[in-house]
Design a protein around this ligand. Structure first.
Ligand SMILES: Cc1ncc(COP(=O)(O)O)c(C=O)c1O
Length: 379
């Protein structure tokens, strides 16, 4: 089988963990998005199981259907408390977040300026918004300003849209620079998809805005419970007013079935864990920064940021593939991302290490030693 197809063909019998048994063999595991290994956490699984003694698997169709259940209200309340916001919108998947936001905000913007490497979910949201859009170069505030200046008509209001953290590269979008730009345009807003920053960035895991210590009424974001929270479902932490408006204006909110009740219970348990154990978030950020710093010292072009991906490329796709095979032979499993296989993958492909709060320094040091030896032999 071609290596390009292999990533999705592992027979996984475990949830993702710092070590994992795959196809009957043990590996140090650096894939996926389970940044705190909550997918297999006992309290999440127990919460999901126990709730079924009390409630059915799910209740009703969409928000707009009939009735309402208190367990959804509890998640909304606990989620709002977690993010220190007035409200939390919950919907079936993180993928829908940008579409919901773009529709809910549709009266506030006329033209979208979007990072060219934004996630597929944002690309779909652009089309579904029905608004004109212009792409700007990846993480490039200067090009963004040029594009706004060249394309925004006098009476139009701009919306900047981007991933907060890019899913493969792990780059954090330069939001403070974008905010400075949007402030030059009356009524401009910024909308970010924070799927990979939820539960990861900022002291409390609130995401990219917390990481940059930004709080501004022009900033909107969506997140997911399917990555760092180990559960499932999309979220928008927001004001009560915005939540009410969105429930009534975004078609997905009105017209899709809610997440199943065991998922709601697991999500509540996950938020409790992260709220009560902020050291998990700290560990994750420290792990990420330690590993990236060491990779940089080996000569890789990598920013030392607290996002949960340590991703690098090599001069050719062949080199990337060779190193990946070498790591795999040594029972180390990062993600091999061939060129153009996903949004934000570099031209020559990439090796992406997903960092979790549970990886040990010994695991990183073993990887670094193997990479260093491989690089030396290559010279
Ligand atoms: C940036 C980004 N946004 C949204 C999503 C979709 O989130 P979910 O898998 O929770 O639907 C992903 C996906 O995996 C993603 O990488």
């Amino acid at each position: 089988m071609s290596i390009k197809k292999q990533n999705s063909h592992y027979l996984m019998t475990d949830a993702s963990n710092p070590t994992i048994r795959l196809n009957g063999e043990d590996y140090d595991f650096f894939c996926g998005c389970d940044y705190h290994n909550l997918q297999e956490d006992k309290s999440l699984r127990q919460a999901a199981q126990e709730i079924l003694f009390e409630y059915p698997f799910k209740i009703g169709p969409s928000h707009y259907g009939f009735g309402k259940n208190e367990i959804y209200d509890e998640l909304a309340k606990k989620g709002a408390e977690f993010f220190k916001k007035e409200a939390l919108l919950i919907f079936p998947s993180g993928y829908m977040g940008s579409t919901i936001l773009f529709r809910a905000l549709s009266e506030k913007y006329d033209r979208i300026f979007v990072d060219v490497d934004s996630h597929y979910s944002m690309k779909d949201a652009l089309i579904l918004s029905g608004k004109p859009y212009v792409t700007f170069n990846h993480c490039d505030p200067k090009d963004l300003l040029d594009k706004i200046t060249q394309n925004l008509s006098p009476n139009e209001r701009p919306m900047i849209a981007t991933d907060g953290v890019f899913p493969v590269s792990g780059e954090i979008a330069p939001i403070p620079e974008y905010l400075e730009i949007i402030q030059q345009f009356p009524d401009g807003i910024i909308c970010i998809d924070d799927a990979h920053a939820t539960g990861v960035l900022g002291k409390n895991g609130w995401g990219t805005f917390e990481h940059f210590e930004l709080d501004d009424s022009r900033l909107y974001y969506c997140g997911t419970m399917s990555k760092a929270l180990g559960s499932h479902g999309g979220i928008i932490p927001c004001s009560k007013e915005f939540a009410e408006k969105t429930k009534n204006s975004a078609y997905i909110m009105k017209g899709s079935t809610e997440i199943p009740i065991p998922t709601v219970a697991a999500s509540i348990a996950a938020m409790k864990i992260l709220k009560e154990s902020p050291e998990k978030i700290k560990n994750l950020q420290e792990n990420a920064q330690y590993f990236k710093k060491e990779l940089k010292e080996l000569g890789f072009n990598i920013d030392i940021t607290p996002s949960a991906m340590a991703t690098f490329t090599l001069p050719s796709e062949e080199d990337v593939e060779q190193l990946y095979q070498h790591l795999k032979k040594n029972h180390i499993l990062p993600l091999y991302a061939p060129s153009k296989s996903y949004t934000s993958v570099p031209e020559t492909g990439a090796i992406k290490f997903t960092i979790t709060s549970n990886h040990s320094k010994e695991q990183f040091d073993r990887v670094l030693k193997i990479i260093k030896k491989w690089l030396n032999q290559k010279e």
